[in-house]
Design a protein around this ligand. Structure first.
Ligand SMILES: Cc1cc2nc3c(=O)[nH]c(=O)nc-3n(C[C@H](O)[C@H](O)[C@H](O)COP(=O)(O)O)c2cc1C
Length: 193
């Protein structure tokens, strides 16, 4: 078990009651017992990036005007939350074979050139090294790891892109077929994660 002192918890399910991914996230956090936890509940919707946001992000930090700084302020604070965490816990459903739009909105705001990744002559390099991440996934019929799962591989890739390569994925998947066993078995995996 990783010793966690500072966890960033990101919940992507639209549901608060009866959410399988939140049940898994609750169980993992109880097990990790961090000193400090910051929760980013994506039911409080984040904005999509806009033309002004993209323009501000492309402008060199030293040359940004006040409006551009304001445009990036939320994204900056989301990046700061992630930078401050030693452990990232993402609880997410599969929606339409991929991550929920709410989670993609968060990703678009934390994947920041020069802040969380940069390009070298050899290609992209993630800057958020030294962190541990857990992705806890719930699905109805899609098998996690199968060719129609566009969520787990994507999350593995984008987290590695920003430098978070130590990733554990636990899935309560195919609940429509597996019934309660899907959550029970995933909760068991959480106890030894
Ligand atoms: C809008 C929407 C789209 C969904 N799409 C899929 C899907 O493509 N594949 C799948 O296996 N389950 C799908 N589901 C089922 C959810 O993944 C499943 O109910 C999961 O438990 C939801 O997470 P939660 O329990 O944390 O809310 C979908 C559910 C919703 C609400």
């Amino acid at each position: 078990m990783t010793q966690s002192s500072n966890i960033l918890r990101v919940d992507a399910s639209a549901r608060k009651a009866g959410s399988t991914s939140r049940a898994l996230t609750d169980a993992l956090i109880a097990r990790l017992a961090p000193d400090h936890i910051v929760t980013r509940d994506l039911t409080e919707a984040l904005p999509f990036v806009t033309e002004d946001w993209v323009g501000a992000n492309f402008t060199d930090e030293s040359e940004r005007n006040d409006a551009q700084k304001a445009e990036l302020a939320l994204s900056d604070s989301l990046v700061d939350e992630l930078v401050a965490a030693d452990t990232l816990v993402i609880g997410t459903p599969i929606y339409n074979f991929a991550v929920p739009a709410a989670l993609k909105a968060w990703i678009d705001l934390i994947a920041r050139a020069r802040k969380t990744f940069h390009y070298t002559a050899k290609g992209p390099e993630g800057l958020l090294t030294g962190k541990k991440a857990y992705v806890l996934i719930a699905s109805g019929g899609t098998e996690v790891g199968s060719e129609i799962d566009f969520a787990s591989g994507y999350l593995r890739h984008i987290l590695a892109f920003v430098g978070i390569t130590d990733l554990t994925v636990i899935a309560a998947d195919r609940q429509m077929m597996r019934g309660e066993a899907a959550l029970d078995q995933a909760l068991e995996k959480v106890t030894s994660a």
